[in-house]
Design a protein around this ligand. Structure first.
Ligand SMILES: [Zn+2]
Length: 281
């Protein structure tokens, strides 16, 4: 009996020592990482939440094999949340491949359709996985532990031809660090979010519509006040990113990272400080 008591007290002491130490080291190592994957002209952003959830915003152009390969390299097993910001091919084009390659738990998209083949393929892939699309619109919150993730746009409905302004805009906060992912939202959507008093302030801004001059107004930059901006862009015939947007970012003293220059760009946050790593220098 005495021996048993002695053993028990040792075990109890051990548990008391181990539990707090473990939880401290876990808390210290918990990070959020945001990967702006270089998909050429298009968007694809992979987010690893501090508690392990995997989130994918858009899947690049047409062929999703580059995104699938990147996610496999990051040891992604499943995707808790997939967001299709809007139905344009340079955003949803690769999502059908991602849906085929990984189990996906929920898919969010704005309530606007498209007649393109890329959009049809996306809808078929969603249906094949027996998923129903959840509406991405302002004030919808994502169920991710340890972070605050809320759509701040679209705040209203737009005409079917304005697919960019329908973009699902996600604001994500981990501790002291905030990211704003704007899809291809243009001036109209930007000013509507400001008028609707959505919270927009962020440390990192994913610049809208690959740096097109009809996005990222000075008023919007004043509302977001970013330290860093990421432009997801590749070879294109639209003149993206435009001088106008680069000049507005320069005037606002924002540090700019471009996927066409730096390759894939990864931000890491421990909840208080941000660091950035790029594929190319
Ligand atoms: Zn686009």
């Amino acid at each position: 009996m005495r021996q048993l008591k002695a053993v028990l007290s040792i075990v109890v002491t051990f548990v008391f020592i181990l539990v707090p130490t473990n939880s401290i080291s876990n808390a210290a190592t918990k990070t959020l990482s945001v990967h702006f994957i270089n998909v050429g002209q298009g968007d694809s952003i992979y987010i690893k939440a501090p508690n392990g959830e995997d989130i994918l915003i858009d899947g690049g152009n047409k062929d999703g094999s580059d995104v699938v390969a990147y996610l496999k390299k990051q040891r992604v097993k499943d995707i808790e949340i997939m967001i299709a910001t809007h139905p344009d091919a340079d955003h949803i084009g690769g999502l059908d491949e991602v849906l085929k390659a990984f189990p996906v738990k929920s898919v969010y998209a704005p309530k606007v359709g498209h007649t393109s083949q890329a959009y049809k393929d996306f809808l078929i892939a969603v249906k094949n996985e027996k998923l129903t699309i959840k509406t991405a619109q302002a004030n919808v919150t994502l169920p991710i532990k340890g972070v605050t993730a809320k759509f701040v746009g679209p705040v209203k409905t737009y005409s079917k031809s304005d697919t960019n302004d329908w973009s699902a805009v996600l604001r994500l906060t981990y501790g002291k660090n905030t990211f704003l992912f704007t899809g291809d939202a243009e001036f109209k959507a930007e000013s509507d979010m400001i008028k609707a008093k959505q919270p927009l302030k962020a440390d990192v801004l994913k610049v809208g519509h690959h740096g097109a001059k009809t996005s990222t107004s000075t008023t919007f930059l004043n509302a977001v006040k970013p330290k860093y901006a990421v432009i997801s862009v590749g070879k294109n015939s639209y003149g993206h990113p435009t001088k106008e947007v680069l000049n507005r970012l320069k005037a606002a003293k924002v540090t700019v990272y471009r996927t066409d220059q730096k390759g894939t760009i990864v931000f890491t946050s421990n909840g208080s400080t941000l660091s950035v790593k790029t594929e190319r220098r």
